[in-house]
Design a protein around this ligand. Structure first.
Ligand SMILES: Nc1ncnc2c1ncn2[C@@H]1O[C@H](COP(=O)(O)OP(=O)(O)O)[C@@H](O)[C@H]1O
Ligand SMILES: [Mg+2]
Length: 304
């Protein structure tokens, strides 16, 4: 029987290159060959095939897409098309879900998972937001497709909102998405899940001058154990979408001090492995994560 063959596109910075090599080796041990560095940006579609460098991607047994860098419209368009004919991890649908904070919160809430209260309204209906600033006291404006805390704006008063709305109106947005500002201790839990199994957890703490925990916003990473409640929330969050189960997810969770419960902020579809510096700090889940991903690829490519 010939080897199974998969395509892979994995980020190479922050230790990603070494992780990629380990995955390829472990897959090889299971008779799975990996074509590495398949960037859909350089692929094209021609009749029955999506071609990259003479490789027919639609003939592969699976495609593993794991690049944190921003994906262009073109890459996502081919991602979507390719996933209509071969399995992908993550699936295009779950990738698209995790890329969108409103869709994620909506799905989570429908499965009974706590998130910050939110509202989405048409750009011409900004007056709806007035009610919320009164009710919530403080709120957060969030771009639904952002990352790294970029573009999040804390709105602290009605006057604040009145000042912000004209700017938002100029930005050619289709809608506004706001969340209640959660009173929390400026730390979070990032919980990694692969195939419904707990991989690892770490914490992040906002800097003294910011309310966001993201490293790109000045936050710092620290070793943090998750309890069973947190782990179960994260597993549930990745399973919440019945139609598009999230195979690999990094769930951002904070503790709401008013409601006295954990709330899910978002599910990240391409949660980074621990960097070499973070590994030195004690974040030691990389090998477990690699093994679970290899198991998953093996399972999904088993010939019937
Ligand atoms: N509703 C909220 N209330 C209080 N803090 C929030 C809220 N939403 C986000 N944050 C803070 O902002 C950070 C970034 O938000 P998140 O939704 O995870 O988006 P991103 O994709 O930018 O990481 C969080 O880690 C948290 O520190
Ligand atoms: Mg986040």
């Amino acid at each position: 029987m010939s080897n199974r063959k998969i395509g892979m596109w994995l980020y190479s910075n922050g230790g990603g290159d070494k992780i990629g090599k380990k995955i390829i080796k472990k897959l090889k041990d299971r008779n799975i060959d990996t074509l590495d560095n398949i960037n859909l940006r350089k692929a094209l579609a021609k009749n029955v095939n999506i071609i990259y460098d003479d490789i027919k991607l639609n003939k592969l047994d699976l495609f593993f897409s794991y690049n944190v860098g921003e994906q262009t419209q073109y890459q996502m368009y081919l991602y979507h098309a390719l996933n209509r004919v071969i399995p992908m991890i993550n699936s295009y649908d779950s990738f698209a879900l995790t890329e969108d904070k409103f869709h994620t919160s909506f799905v989570l809430r429908n499965e009974g998972i706590s998130t910050p209260d939110y509202k989405l309204c048409h750009r011409d209906d900004g007056h709806h937001l007035k009610k919320n600033i009164k009710k919530w006291d403080k709120m957060v404006y969030k771009p639904t497709d952002g990352w790294g805390g970029v573009g999040l704006t804390k709105i602290e008063s009605e006057a604040n909102l009145d000042m912000l709305l004209p700017f938002l109106n100029q930005m050619d947005l289709r809608y506004f998405y706001v969340e209640k500002f959660i009173k929390y201790d400026n730390t979070d839990y990032r919980v990694d899940i692969v195939d419904g199994k707990f991989v690892g957890c770490y914490g992040r703490k906002a800097s003294s001058t910011d309310w966001r925990t993201n490293v790109t916003s000045g936050g710092s990473v620290f070793v943090r154990e998750a309890n069973d409640e947190i782990i179960n929330i994260a597993i549930k969050a990745c399973k919440a979408c019945k139609a598009c189960n999230v195979d690999i997810g990094g769930v951002d969770i904070i503790y709401d001090m008013e409601k006295e419960e954990y709330v899910v902020l978002e599910v990240n579809g391409i949660p980074a492995f621990a960097t070499p510096e973070q590994e030195k700090l004690g974040l030691n889940f990389n090998n477990k994560k690699i093994n679970l991903i290899v198991d998953l690829i093996d399972k999904r490519t088993k010939k019937k």
